[in-house]
Design a protein around this ligand. Structure first.
Ligand SMILES: [Zn+2]
Length: 135
């Protein structure tokens, strides 16, 4: 399964999957990010909340959803970013902060959900590229 790019239109904010940089599917604005880094998220297989897509939030901005065992790559500008995810009624998440630099322009995160007594929690764990599905 090819790893898709998750793009956010800088003009209208539309979020879309694409095989590469493209024009916005909603407003047609060309989406090109020069000198940006990349975050790859892999949702590990889990029997909990399997039907629901995980909501993705980067620096407070929604970036769509992530299906079970899905992996996507999100282009991001250099700098420090905070990743937050939700799953249905599960709003508890151990947010992950990471920094992209020209020397280390890629970040890899594994997302999983853990059942709790009162509520479930989404765990975001820094990962090695070898743990990521590759395309
Ligand atoms: Zn657009």
């Amino acid at each position: 399964m090819a790893i898709m790019l998750r793009l956010k239109c800088p003009s209208c904010g539309e979020v879309m999957n694409a095989a590469g940089f493209c024009n916005c599917t909603k407003c047609g604005t060309p989406i090109r990010y020069n000198g940006w880094g990349m975050l790859q998220i892999y949702r590990m297989g889990s029997p909990v909340g399997i039907a629901a897509g995980y909501g993705i939030y980067l620096d407070g901005q929604p970036y769509g959803h992530l299906a079970n065992k899905e992996s996507i790559r999100i282009p991001l500008p250099m700098g420090t970013h905070t990743l937050h995810m939700t799953c249905g009624m599960t709003r508890r998440c151990e947010d992950l902060t990471f920094t992209l630099t020209p020397e280390a322009p890629a970040a890899y995160v594994k997302a999983s959900i853990r059942m709790g007594f009162w509520s479930n929690t989404i765990h975001l764990t820094p990962a090695d590229p070898s743990e990521m599905p590759q395309a």
